[in-house]
Design a protein around this ligand. Structure first.
Ligand code: ADP
Ligand code: MG
Length: 715
């Protein structure tokens, strides 16, 4: 696999900007003056390696710090940025496992406000230092008035030093995605200095007629002002330009792909005996397929026998039984003499699929390989060998499957589970392992049809609009913290009946480490204080894969009764005996995520429960809880999610099934998307090879981007 299409685990980035004159934008940070290996390593945690990566690291939001809000004028519930000096700090422990840290600040007018954190005791020391130094601290969060006291819980905060003030105060200030130990002001300083030294490396890749015709600002102006705009209109222009460029490049590639596809329509023609497949499935599984599952399999069978390459999306809500459809399709492939591969986004899920496929398919004489990142070198080479020799026909795995060394003798079918978790490139890279294999992608995310049309005009869709029979609805309750002991008591009744329970830890966005810490604490608390008589397990993202597999296997085998977990269990996990899920601080999760989490229960014959423990501080949080208690329908939830959050976040990145974008947002920027679509199809119609001199920069950029020309036509 050529270098350009290797991509990071987090998915593809359609980054078209700034990738010019690689000699300098490609410089690695550690050799930049004033950076050094330690800081470079910290940035690397964010996937930032080169100068270009820094310039593409766009702010999460911008804060207008030309004006801070004063205590006297703030109303409850508002999202505010305030500034003040620390007057006092202290912590209390109202009950075991819960530590509250408070800091009191006063603003310029002498109004005082309180910052509150839960279980982050180390902040006490940090804020004591600020108090001693009389540093100005800038905070951002939801204001809450209780009586006379203005409180901000879990605020974002920052104490810009004197010398940083030029970048961090009295202006529109960029707030960047960050990681532990990396302060906003450090990022700002680096961005600022790289803009000074490297801005001129950024070339204009949009043809002049496009820039002029669509009233766009120049590439360099855009990059500078996306970071440090002098006013909001510059920011708007900068953003529009970057979004335009990103969509334009994507649309040019799609236009080229469509051209290429039109004379490359052929695909492998499978020979399928549907009756035999049905008999095999009937023998394998103890239940009958739902009508929707059968219809999907029929759709797939007609694609596979048509002589054209299949390109189909299976869309079905959590628990609708997508795995069986994948299994049926894989069976069609092997019985036609081809290999089939199933890729899942997490190791836990890949393992689970491997277990299911092995249990069902091995009795029919089909061995199933598993490829994940955690195999030993020896295991890996064994797997590779059996796949390239054709000895094994079936493989399941994570993105480890797309590594260069993994090759197939006769790959006929590629299936991507939870496809929205992957970038386009990862999907394409897998498909490239065969000669135009059939492609099946599966998702639980409802994608509005108009958008699928825009982005994947050639994708067919089957919908699993029917749940397997016997499912009982999941009863969802929303409870305040004070009712926790009742919640545990109800959970205990289920445990006594022999069911299992998930407890999902609060989301700690600030850092993965903190998240793990809080998960460990919660597990301790539950194991020692709440359910000492039950087996309580722990699962989080920082555990080694074999530990994760062990815990998952134990939970599945009912050797664990209560599983305390982070959102690693969010997708795909299937343990039908688990009939309750308790989600801590539920209002912090997005609706789509809550819906996925709730989908972990109600997968079997038992009445199931989802308990949301939440005391939402915001209207958004409250609405989420209301929606969750009101409905269980994924489509309705997605719609409500759109209404509550606005399309911007809903189609942010990973939830959407749409390639991960840096600047653009498929829904919010739909108008720009349409605009670029026309412009792109126009250029491809006039100059299909992009060989005119005005198009050379674009051609070069597209070639270099990860979505290079050679990917076109891979579907
Ligand atoms: P998802 O669509 O979320 O991937 P799964 O494929 O994991 O759903 O299926 C959820 C559960 O439903 C699994 O335990 C599976 O064995 C079961 N299941 C799938 N199809 C049927 C069916 N037709 N009848 C009964 N149970 C089914
Ligand atoms: Mg699934």
């Amino acid at each position: 696999m050529p270098e350009e299409i290797v991509e990071s685990e987090s998915g593809s980035n359609l980054s078209f900007n700034g990738g010019v004159k690689t000699s300098s934008l490609g410089e690695t940070l550690q050799f930049i003056k004033g950076v050094g290996p330690h800081l470079a390593a910290t940035f690397a945690k964010l996937g930032i390696i080169t100068v270009g990566d820094v310039l593409r690291h766009i702010p999460r939001r911008w804060e207008d710090r030309t004006y801070f809000r004063m205590v006297a004028e703030v109303r409850s519930g508002e999202l505010v940025t305030m500034q003040g000096i620390v007057m006092g700090v202290g912590s209390t422990q109202p009950r075991p496992g819960m530590r509250i840290t408070k800091a009191v600040l006063t603003d310029k007018d002498g109004g005082s406000f309180t910052l509150v954190w839960f279980n982050q005791p180390y902040l006490e020391k940090t804020f004591k230092t600020f108090q001693m130094r009389k540093s100005q601290v800038v905070v951002y969060g939801h204001a809450k008035l209780s009586g006379w006291i203005l409180e901000i819980q879990n605020p974002e905060w920052e104490a810009p030093s004197e010398e940083e003030n030029a970048l961090s105060a009295n202006r529109i200030v960029p707030i960047y995605p960050s990681t532990e130990g990396l302060y906003q002001e450090r990022i700002r300083r680096l961005v600022d200095s790289l803009l000074k030294t490297h801005l001129n490396c950024i070339d204009e890749l949009l043809p002049p007629e496009v820039v002029a015709g669509h009233s766009l600002v120049s590439a360099q102006f855009a990059v500078k002002n996306i970071h440090f705009p002098s006013n909001t209109s510059e920011l708007t222009d900068a953003r529009r330009r970057l979004v335009f460029e990103e969509f334009y490049c994507l649309q040019v590639l799609l236009a080229l792909r469509r051209r290429a596809n039109s004379h490359l329509r052929g695909g492998i023609k499978f020979k399928i005996d549907m009756d035999k497949i049905r008999r095999d499935i009937a023998e394998m599984v103890p239940f009958e397929l739902t009508g929707a599952q059968q219809r999907s399999l029929q759709d797939i069978a007609s694609d596979l026998t048509s002589g054209h390459a299949m390109n189909r999306l299976i869309q079905g809500d959590v628990g609708s039984g997508k795995t069986m459809v994948a299994l049926g399709a894989m069976l069609m492939a092997v019985e036609s003499g081809y290999q089939a591969v199933l890729m899942a986004p997490t190791e836990i899920l890949a393992q689970q699929h491997a277990i299911v496929l092995r249990r069902l398919l091995e009795p029919l004489g089909h061995s199933v390989e598993i490829a994940t990142g955690s195999l030993t070198a020896k295991e890996k080479s064994g797997v590779r060998e059996r796949l390239i020799s054709g000895q094994s026909r079936l493989a399941v795995g994570t993105h480890a499957l797309i590594e260069e060394e993994v090759q197939f003798a006769q790959l006929g079918l590629v299936i991507i589970d939870e496809q929205h978790r992957f970038g386009v490139l990862q999907r394409a890279a897998l498909a490239k392992k065969g000669q135009r294999p059939h492609v099946l992608v599966m998702t639980a995310t409802p994608i509005p049809r108009t958008l699928t049309m825009t982005l994947y005009g050639d994708l067919d869709v089957s919908v699993l609009n029917e749940m397997p029979p016997g499912r009982k609805p999941i009863t969802t309750h929303w409870k305040p913290q004070s009712k926790r002991s009742q919640v545990y008591a109800s959970a205990q009744r289920l445990l006594i009946e022999g069911r299992q329970v998930y407890v999902v830890c609060p989301l700690v966005e600030e850092s993965e480490k903190l998240q793990v810490k809080s998960a460990v604490q919660l597990r301790e608390h539950i194991a020692n204080e709440v359910f000492p008589q039950y087996r309580v397990g722990l699962l989080h993202g920082q555990m080694k894969s074999d530990e994760k597999d062990d815990v998952m296997a134990q939970f599945k085998a009912h050797e664990i009764d209560v599983l305390v977990a982070t959102t690693v269990i969010e997708v795909g996990i299937d343990v039908p005996n688990a009939s309750a899920i308790i989600i801590e601080d539920a209002d912090r999760f997005g609706l789509a995520q809550l819906h996925q989490l709730r989908g972990r229960v109600g997968r079997g014959q038992y009445s199931s429960y989802c308990v949301l423990i939440a005391e939402p501080k915001t209207q958004v949080g409250r609405s989420r809880m209301e929606v969750m208690t009101a409905t269980q329908d994924g489509f309705i939830i997605a719609e409500e999610d759109l209404k509550i959050r606005g399309p911007g976040e809903f189609f942010g990145t990973k939830q959407s099934g749409i390639p991960e974008l840096i600047y653009g947002d498929i829904l919010r920027d739909q108008a720009i998307l349409e605009e670029t679509r026309e412009a792109a199809f126009d250029i491809v119609a006039r100059d299909p090879d992009l060989s005119e001199s005005e198009h050379l920069a674009l051609r070069k950029a597209l070639r270099r981007t990860e979505l290079g020309f050679e990917l076109i036509g891979v579907g």
